[in-house]
Design a protein around this ligand. Structure first.
Ligand code: FAD
Length: 564
């Protein structure tokens, strides 16, 4: 049975950064991932990472932009930590080999991004996540003697010890189907977000909310789950992301009359207002009949206004995406986009060291809610969040490990329970619905009722549907009865995780009776600081989800009206 000081679940940017930091502190470390680490979803990150690197910039300006972007729901102590530590974190990456784009003077180049008061996004063309993930993975391999890697292992549950502390995980070897208990003094969840709860989404098939549900099921509170980001530029139909870097380079958004409609909503920032603001403005154009395309459900993104040479150099990936997925040469004609699900601001509630209220359980990256993004994340702040809070979690967990003894826990009962659970899924009779059908209905329901605009009636419909889908998911059948690479059975487990995430999202959205950040309630269209300047926490109690509140930490920026 493998035993470690620090066990990290997830090998995206947050997980890999946490592993390297914990090893640096001298802990025995393992990192476990359901896919090969460089297939983690961080690899898709495109536009860049924010840091106040420029000599004209100041981390306080970055922090203020982030607070304003969050619609004042972000915790300002955490935002200060993230923004103050950003420059060193990005320079560290450069020193270990990330080839950030440089300008003609040879300095690190910075591009404009939404909601930022100046250019502060470092980038590697539009493949920034890939460049960063591969460099961190090189470092993991370099430190192979101190960091154990369990690649293609799927975590099905957390082990809670007799004193209520997290003592490890149960995982299934995807290649062989073998179940194993991994004990650890500390577990760091770095499992990414829950984008697949929606359909369509910019997120890959593996982004199924596992870490959020794993923590929730052992009693860790979730926070701000109602805050779901719709990105303003996703390809009509497929939902594939067209990076905000396009607008950062100067691309325009146009309605079917060829108007730059952002003039009405954000005359100062135009296309580079916060994502929630731009997505809402687009949806209004579509809803009021000024959308583009055959059924008027799209908006034009015009990249032709960016010099062609610059597009081919700095946005080459979206040139390929436009050609391959929409048949459009974006250097010569506008491409049709619309707002699409992209990111969840909520997640497992943590402090600035990644600690959850459960001893020995940490969370970092998109799975966590520190909360630095509050009601709306600024573009290019997520990669930063993964690195800063991944590192801090790894360091804290390593220090904690040096102060405590290994947990004593009877793992056999846990292993048996998980084996029975998986066997139960594999042997289900072929009645009822398939996993994929339930997943599709879940995604479409969320996209209909918990999207850019929401109201009580729609959210109630979504909650009822989720209740039914939960029942159906418990009996959904699968085809594959084997043990080798049985993704079918893991898909059924993921479906259960997704249903939990969806339920928490909708419960939070029903509870928050105001409009703030990504949550726009047409029945409560105003922000209401008096009653709702607070986080909504959801905890799984004996009788189901329980809602409570926690205060927003304000250090130096009092809430103001948000204008761009
Ligand atoms: C298309 C796209 C472009 C983006 N571009 C940007 C950008 O330019 N700038 C920016 O700041 N942000 C961007 N984002 C957001 C950002 O990429 C993500 O929020 C961030 O990379 C998440 O990193 P992570 O380490 O938290 O999780 P991930 O990279 O998603 O990694 C999750 C890890 O957890 C593992 N895992 C999950 N469940 C289990 C389980 N049950 N058992 C074992 N392992 C498990 C996975 O295998 C994986 O290794 C983008 C997002 C998308 C979708």
């Amino acid at each position: 049975m493998p035993a470690h000081d620090v066990l990290i679940i997830g090998a995206g940017l947050a997980g890999q950064r946490a592993a390297l930091a914990a090893a640096q502190e001298g802990a025995s470390v393992a990192i476990l991932s359901k896919v090969h680490p460089v297939r983690s979803h961080s690899v898709a990150a495109a536009g860049g990472i924010n840091a106040a690197i420029s000599v004209d910039d100041d981390w306080r300006s970055h922090a203020y932009d982030t607070v304003k972007g969050s619609d004042y729901l972000g915790d300002q102590d955490a935002i200060e930590v993230m923004c103050a530590e950003a420059p060193n974190e990005v320079l560290h990456l450069e020193h270990i080999g990330v080839t950030f784009h440089r300008n003609e003077a040879g300095e690190m180049d910075l591009r404009a991004f939404g909601g930022a008061s100046m250019k502060r996004t470092a980038y590697v063309a539009d493949i920034t996540g890939q460049a960063m993930l591969h460099v961190l993975y090189e470092q993991l391999m370099k430190h192979h003697e101190t960091i154990e890697r369990y690649e293609e292992w799927f975590t099905t549950s957390l082990i809670i010890g007799e004193d209520g502390e997290c003592a490890g995980v149960i995982a299934r070897d995807v290649r062989s189907g073998r179940i194993e208990a991994f004990t650890a003094k500390n577990v760091i969840l770095a499992c990414g977000g829950a984008g697949q709860v929606y359909k369509p989404t910019t997120n890959g098939l593996i982004v199924t909310g596992d870490g959020i549900a794993l923590a929730y099921r052992v009693g860790a509170p979730l926070m701000d789950m109602e805050m779901v980001q719709y990105h303003p530029t996703t390809l009509l139909g497929s939902g594939i992301l067209i990076t905000e870097g396009a607008r950062g380079e100067g691309a325009h958004l146009l309605n079917n009359k060829g108007e730059r409609f952002m003039e009405k909503t954000a005359p100062n920032k135009m296309e580079l207002a916060s994502r929630d603001v731009v997505s809402r403005a687009e949806q209004i154009e579509i809803n009021e009949g000024r959308g583009a395309g055959p059924d008027g459900s799209g908006i034009f993104l015009d990249v032709t206004v960016v010099p062609r040479r610059r597009t081919l150099e700095a946005l080459r990936e979206i040139v390929n995406l436009g050609r391959d997925f929409a048949g459009v040469d974006i250097t010569r004609e506008p491409i049709m986009i619309r707002p699409g699900q992209h990111y969840i601001m909520g997640g497992v509630k943590t402090d600035v060291d990644g600690r959850t209220p459960i001893d020995g359980l940490y969370a970092a990256g998109e799975v966590a809610c520190v909360s630095v993004h509050g009601g709306n994340r600024l573009g290019a702040n997520s990669l930063l969040d993964t690195l800063v809070f991944g590192r801090r979690s790894g360091e804290h967990a390593a220090r904690r490990a040096s102060e405590i003894a290994a947990p004593k826990v009877d793992v056999q009962a846990h292993v048996r329970r998980e084996e029975e659970m998986l066997e139960g899924i594999i042997s289900r009779p072929r009645g009822g619905r398939r996993v994929s059908e339930i997943k599709d209905e879940l995604g479409e329901t969320m996209n209909s009722y918990a999207a850019v605009f929401r109201d009580e009636a729609g959210l109630d419909t979504a909650l009822q549907t989720i209740g039914r889908l939960k029942e159906e998911a418990a009996h959904a059948w699968i085809d594959d009865r084997g043990t080798v690479f049985n993704q079918d059975v893991l898909g059924a487990v993921e479906l259960g995780f997704m249903v939990d995430c969806a339920e928490a999202t909708v419960l939070g959205a029903i509870e928050r009776k105001e409009s703030r950040g990504a949550q726009f309630r047409t029945d409560y269209p105003e922000r209401n600081d008096e009653e709702w300047l607070k986080h909504i926490d959801i905890t799984l109690g004996p009788d189901g989800p329980e809602i409570s509140y926690s205060p927003v930490t304000i250090t130096q920026w009092q809430p103001e009206e948000r204008k761009y």
